[in-house]
Design a protein around this ligand. Structure first.
Ligand SMILES: [Zn+2]
Length: 324
């Protein structure tokens, strides 16, 4: 079994503590250090369902020209400033979701993966902090095949990260990313993405289920087509008793830009016009119905409500505090 970075760090901390402390205090010191580290986990109930937002870190990079296809760098910088963000830096957070219901555990999207490095790829350590063994996950549901959503499907050794899980994927994504002709015609920038999708999804070929619009992806999780960001992108409605919520996946990238300005098209939106139409339709629906939502690229805890505000919307984030 490969040792992971977290284990290395905690064994190093233990070794260091062992030199300075009587044996009886070693475990206590190490546990306190672990417990004192605020984990990127936010848990709440939706009816009888237990939901957990589990953070996979953040990507920071200088705001490039053309980050928003139909707004100037100056307009984008001004929108970042209004959200108290550095106008010259784009920070994109990643947060996946775990849903526990009826004795089954489902993970929706898998983060960038342990090889991502930098400030990304914290999903596995945060799952561990939440007491969730990756081997206990029954179903992994994927919203679309971009690397920040499928990267965690395999580990550093290219083995399945979720050894006992069924993998549930959108039919539109399979049709696009796993098509031989599309790979053959892909340009140099896109080719690695097609290859990554083959590798990551291929690892689960014996436990793969492809779903369409309206299908039950997992217990209490219904998939809906929300195309535009990618050809087969999906969102997920969670329902338990009379409670419902919408997992918006990549309907919007950072909310300071794309919830505020739903017509803006991020450079990752593969069909920008269709993505904007889908975004307006979904944001309109969840705000009119006052539905709880989760957004993969919302700041942590990536959970809240969408409120209509002029020509755009606002995100009202749920209150979260680290459990110390
Ligand atoms: Zn994404």
């Amino acid at each position: 079994m490969p040792i992971n970075r977290r284990e290395l760090m905690s064994s190093a901390a233990l070794a260091g503590a062992a030199l300075a402390l009587p044996a009886g205090l070693v475990a206590g010191r190490a546990q306190a250090a672990e417990a004192g580290k605020p984990a990127g986990v936010f848990s709440y109930k939706l009816g009888d369902m237990e939901c957990l937002a589990v953070n996979d870190g953040v990507a920071n990079f200088p705001l490039p020209d053309g980050f928003v296809k139909n707004a100037s760098t100056q307009e984008v910088g001004a929108a970042l400033s209004r959200a108290l963000m550095d106008p010259a830096t784009m920070s994109i957070p990643f947060t996946a979701m775990v849903v526990k219901t009826g004795g089954k555990t489902t993970l929706i999207d898998t983060g960038n993966g342990p090889a991502a490095g930098g400030s990304r790829g914290t999903l596995f350590s945060n799952l561990e902090a939440a007491g969730i063994d990756r081997g206990s996950i029954d179903t992994v549901v994927i919203s679309h095949f971009h690397p920040d959503h499928i990267g965690g499907l395999t580990d550093e050794m290219d083995s399945k990260s979720f050894a006992n899980a069924e993998l549930v994927v959108p039919e539109g994504e399979v049709a696009f990313w796993l098509d031989d002709g599309n790979l053959a015609n892909a340009n140099e920038q896109m080719k690695p993405r097609f290859e990554l999708a083959r590798k990551k999804i291929g690892a689960y070929k014996d436990a793969l289920r492809t779903i369409g619009d309206g299908a039950e992806a997992a217990p209490g999780v219904t998939a809906h087509a929300a195309h535009g960001h990618t050809p087969g992108h999906m969102v997920f409605r969670l329902a338990s008793g009379d409670r419902q919520m919408m997992v918006l996946s990549d309907t919007t990238n950072h909310p300071a830009l794309f919830v505020r300005n739903p017509q803006w098209q991020v450079r990752f939106d593969m069909d920008g016009d269709m993505a904007a139409q889908t975004r307006v339709k979904l944001l309109d629906m969840v705000s009119a119905d006052d539905m709880l939502v989760a957004g993969y690229h919302f700041p942590f805890p990536a959970t809240g409500h969408i409120v209509k505000d002029g020509a755009g919307y606002q995100l009202a984030l749920a209150a979260w505090q680290p459990q110390l």
